[in-house]
Design a protein around this ligand. Sequence first.
Ligand code: GDP
Length: 459
Amino acid sequence: MTALSSLDGDTIAAIATAPGRGGVGIVRLSGPAALAIGEQLCGRSLQPRHAHFCQFSDTDGSVLDSGIGLYFPAPNSFTGECVVELQGHGGPVILDLIVRACCNLGARLARAGEFSERAFLNDKLDLAQAEAIADLINSTTEQAALSATRSLQGAFSREVDELAEAVTRLRVYVEAAIDFPEEEIDFLADGKVAEQVTALQQRLQQVLNQARQGSLLREGMKLVIAGRPNAGKSSLLNALAGQDSAIVTPIEGTTRDVLREHIQIDGMPLHIVDTAGLRESADVVEQEGIRRAWEEMATADRILLVVDGSSPDADIASAGLWPEKNERLGAELPVTVIHNKADRSGRKPTVIQQGNDTVIELSALTGAGMDLLRDHLKQCMGYSDSTGSQYSARRRHLEALEEAAEFLAAGQEQLAAAGAGELLAEDLRHCHNALGTITGTVSSDELLGEIFSSFCIGK
Ligand code: GDP
């Protein structure tokens, strides 16, 4: 048996199709020996980008399967290397045999995500695009799939690259101003630089907002239902989820722990958490439930504060929670106040804007006004089920954008306080690096390992 694996670099092989049975199953080879191994297996020469019907034979000449052999010469392939695809019958045993035959001829089994990693290393994709492949495959809703496709096509990367280029242009300008102080115009003092930093900050904020929506779409919005006992929290969870997942009883303190539901509203993923009623309690189990309720609220994307709208002290109940919430969690966490039991209070289902807060009158029991709540949640998430203008983004991307924004703000401050061009230039450099980690122009082996190892084998 001759190993055909060549001298420079490994040739990798893996089943590219999903595990299980199917009409067709694909084994993919990538690397310098892919063509030699593929031709040996197919028992014929393979023309670039031609479909050849052939028999796949093992090294001892026994026929394993028949199917299509395809050859994509480097660099015009997914990985940028020579790639051969063997399309056989989609059974797990036969595909394993074909992979084993490839390995007998000198290929080795691909690691998780190694095809995508090679595509990244060969500049076929940037890092955000490679991540979008995993997101596309893992997406659970239509919207998430479409936004991952947009990221894969480069929509997000283009925005980030444009930002990075603008940061570089500004840095060059600032450094020139520092290097040539004898120039007549003081570039740093004439306000133009400060203006440009502000414009950059605004652009960065726009991208960050859009990426936040993309990340919510990928990961789902975490909605925490909170409020006094008996306000109707569990009933609201059931009405949103469309099934009796929480126990609804008229006895106060029924939900002592947290309950979780994953639902979709027109394709928008939501993780709903129902919490123990917030009240003073001597019961240690209930106290623990209440402690967990606050813990859940601290990591919510939005809190639904449920109030019994039919109770005469409804407004006091919600108002009473305000200072407590702000004290414990800070004022930034967005809250929607639900005035429940509209069937009893006799109030019409409506949405009212009160300053920064939204108040919705509804009845979890009859379902009246639930559509208003659903629309409100979609609006909060910037979710539209008609157009696919969004791109997918990960928490890692958000953190990098936030870091970039912090450096810009710090640079802006240095400039305003001390006209410190050198410090601004340094902050711009850090800002540029933070943006570079998104697309992978700045990356470490550790980061690459972390990203690609979460892929499955064959991707
Ligand atoms: P929780 O303790 O906040 O989870 O409240 P539950 O969902 O267990 O509800 C407490 C009581 O209020 C139950 O008897 C529910 O049937 C009742 N309830 C909940 N929502 C409504 C509503 O919209 N209208 C009316 N009339 N009763 C409701």
